[in-house]
Design a protein around this ligand. Structure first.
Ligand code: NDP
Length: 284
């Protein structure tokens, strides 16, 4: 039987409707959630991501501004700009669009954002809090994935979750969140031997590789839940994930598509984190 498709687009729409309501309630209390985005340089992909975030904020009633800085701006200039936003009480969330030009150290930038405004969830304090289970801003893509699983009442506790990919923004944190939900978690990466043997044990399989067809029928156990995080652009300009969707949907019980899967959830969780920041970490 073909798998049930988990539409990130539909869930994102539903959640954004609920968020509109939350924003209105905050506005009535005199709080106006605001996200400040810093864009360094003119990378077209980054510009388009930033525009998407700006549009999503507007639709939800969240205020946003985009601070554009030159490609050759110094690290010191950028850090100064971040400090200004850290101190601005009207700004609740700060996001620096990655990647950054090579003269700027990415980790230094992440470390400088106040963890109370770190709506991307990349600051070491938020990562630490996520690990210990304290209140934290969760990184948006992993948070979106867990939200998708929960929206379908997919039970996580006691399940074997296999995460293919171990980046700091997707693979590692999604494994941690699954562990927090009491899954048994295995990580795979480029040095993993016999990938299919391991992924075939997965009740929940997360593909965050960045390679077309990295996951095929032979990697999937019958009835597994398959989450495809990958975004790969094909020669004809279309987008595809890491999973061979046509093969996988015949074996999986649930599957996320690309596009309209994890992608729309990532921005949605950024909005959720901005609302959380406006309420104040630990008060939300
Ligand atoms: P990275 O390139 O940082 O990480 C890729 C991971 O895949 C690495 O851990 C790497 O292993 C592993 N890997 C590479 N080749 C193999 C292989 N043959 N077998 C097993 N593991 C392998 O990517 P990201 O985590 O940033 O992103 C992953 C994908 O998700 C990309 O396509 C990206 O565009 C997409 N993405 C989608 C988002 C969304 O909103 N939907 C958000 C963020 C990312 P090693 O560590 O050993 O190098």
């Amino acid at each position: 039987m073909a798998a049930e498709i988990i539409s990130g687009r539909d869930l994102a729409q539903e959640l954004r409707q609920q968020m509109k309501q939350k924003v209105t309630e905050l506005n009535n209390q005199g709080v106006f959630p605001k996200l400040s985005v810093i864009l360094v340089g003119d990378n077209p992909a980054s510009k388009s991501y930033v525009n998407g975030k700006k549009k999503a904020c507007k639709e939800t009633g969240i205020l946003s501004d985009v601070i554009e800085m030159n490609h050759d701006t110094t690290e010191a200039n950028l850090l100064q700009q971040i400090e200004k936003l850290n101190e601005d009480p009207t700004v609740h969330g700060i996001l620096v669009q990655l990647p950054l030009p090579e003269q700027i150290r990415e980790q230094k930038v992440i470390d400088t954002i106040s963890y109370t405004k770190d709506v991307d969830g990349f600051h070491p304090i938020n990562i630490g809090r996520m690990m210990t289970g304290e209140d934290a801003f969760l990184p948006c893509t992993p948070y979106g994935i867990i939200t998708m699983l929960k929206s379908k009442d997919i039970s996580i506790a006691g399940k074997h979750a296999v995460v293919v990919g171990r980046s700091n923004i997707v693979g590692k944190p999604v494994g941690q969140l699954l562990l927090n939900e009491n899954a048994t978690v295995t990580y795979c990466h480029s040095k993993t031997k016999n990938l299919a043997q391991i992924t075939k044990q997965a009740d929940i399989l997360i593909a965050a590789v960045g390679k077309v067809n990295a996951i095929r029928a032979e990697h999937i156990k019958d009835g597994a839940v398959v989450v495809d995080v990958g975004i790969n652009r094909l020669e004809d300009g279309s987008l595809t994930g890491d999973v061979d969707f046509n093969e996988a949907k015949e074996k999986a019980s649930f599957i996320t598509p690309v596009p309209r899967g994890v992608g729309p959830m990532t921005i949605t969780m950024l909005l959720e984190n901005t609302i959380k920041a406006a309420k104040g970490l630990e008060n939300s």
